[in-house]
Design a protein around this ligand. Structure first.
Ligand code: FE2
Length: 370
């Protein structure tokens, strides 16, 4: 299977992975032959990339480290949990009942996160670009889940003990809880925000912290994840403008994965970046905005060039990323499908790790389908 952008799809193409809503309900099942109407519908629903089946990519199977059922369950738990905690911290909520519901929500978060940790520890694999093929009903829930998955992988890469991995995970799931108090019209407003609107959106950090520090099952460092995930090493972040060592280590870790997740997903006001571009952005800001060590470690956690991506090499040949290379994240195996002149060839594989002079020159997510 391979990854293509919807706007380059033609009717008749066969879907390799189902397209589903974040609640798990399937809009189009794997194997569906897309019609013009399907393609128009996907565009309307803001699905920009899909996995398709074609002869050139036969045998390239993309397996997610987190099974689909667990993702669906996790989004469900996060949706319920965030709504419950945000709703019950209002002064009008009945106290005892509120505390019980909150405890239950936190326990469900912990259970889900333990399952995620087990998956990631059990089958070490680089995280692939898969989130982008979903239909988003609400950005916050999927974003919180994806950030948790990345944070978990990065916490493991940091060699943190299990207790700390679980705290980071809880912090990741809850980091944007403050956005529940921000009006969706402003949060999802396309185009530029006014200074006033921007300050209002920024207040989600403090609103989240205020909620979480009142929940006694939530350790204080977890509440600090909500407060500090937009702080930057050079003091240019918010809400406090904290610098380097004053920022909690969990928040430093989280700010890297949070930005990566946001950049690689579609938002109302901008298109998604591919992982290698998002990583370049993080590298450009490492040491000034982001903790350099965390950026370097995160590079090892993700597939810089995810399987199924069409790329052009520096010698002009075109191919599809067929295998991830654990020893060298930026040098995967490529299935060559076109020669230097752009002529179709019988597909064959080359390993970039064994061919030092070859590099990925251009990534063609919008590759034309022939
Ligand atoms: Fe945030």
């Amino acid at each position: 299977m391979r990854l293509v952008t919807v706007d380059r799809c033609q009717a008749g193409i066969s879907l390799a992975k189902s397209i589903s809503h974040e609640n798990g309900s399937v809009l189009l099942a794997a194997g569906t032959q897309l019609t013009e109407q399907h393609i128009a519908r996907l565009k309307k629903l803001q699905v920009f990339t899909i996995y398709i089946e074609d002869d050139d990519s036969e045998g390239i199977d993309i397996i997610d480290s987190i099974p689909e059922e667990l993702r669906v369950e996790a989004v469900h738990v996060i949706t319920e949990g965030l709504t419950t905690i945000a709703g019950l911290t209002s002064p009008h909520a009945p106290q005892i009942q509120g505390m019980m519901k909150t405890s239950r929500a936190i326990r469900s978060f912990q259970k889900i996160f333990r399952d995620i940790t087990q998956c990631l520890k059990g089958a070490p694999a680089a995280l692939q670009l898969l989130a982008s093929t979903k239909i988003h009903d609400n950005f916050v829930y999927t974003h919180s889940l994806n950030v948790s998955i990345y944070a978990c992988q990065l916490a493991i890469e940091n060699g943190l003990p299990l207790k700390k991995i679980e705290e980071v995970g809880l912090g990741a799931m809850l980091h944007d809880i403050g956005t529940m108090f921000i009006s969706p019209e402003i949060l999802n407003k396309p185009g530029e925000l006014t200074d006033r609107e921007f300050a209002y959106v920024q207040s989600h950090t403090e609103l989240g912290f205020d909620v979480l520090r009142k929940v006694h099952e939530v350790p204080l460092p977890v509440a600090h994840c909500a407060l500090q995930h937009h702080e930057r090493i050079d003091g240019t972040g918010y809400p406090r403008g904290l610098k380097a060592d004053d920022i909690h280590p969990y928040a430093k870790l989280l700010s890297v994965v949070n930005v990566f997740e946001a950049l690689t997903n579609h938002h109302p006001h901008r298109q998604a970046m591919l992982p290698h571009n998002a990583l370049e952005y993080l590298y450009a800001g490492s040491a000034t905005q982001f903790d350099k060590k965390q950026v370097q470690l995160f590079r090892k956690c993700i597939a810089i060039y995810p399987q199924g991506l069409t790329v052009m090499l520096n010698d002009g040949r075109t191919g599809i990323v067929s295998k991830y290379n654990f020893r060298s994240a930026g040098r995967p195996e490529i299935r060559i499908i076109r020669d230097e002149e752009g002529q179709k060839v019988t597909p064959y594989e080359i390993d970039l790790a064994a061919n030092e002079c070859l590099t990925v020159e251009i990534v063609k997510a919008d590759a034309l389908l022939y």
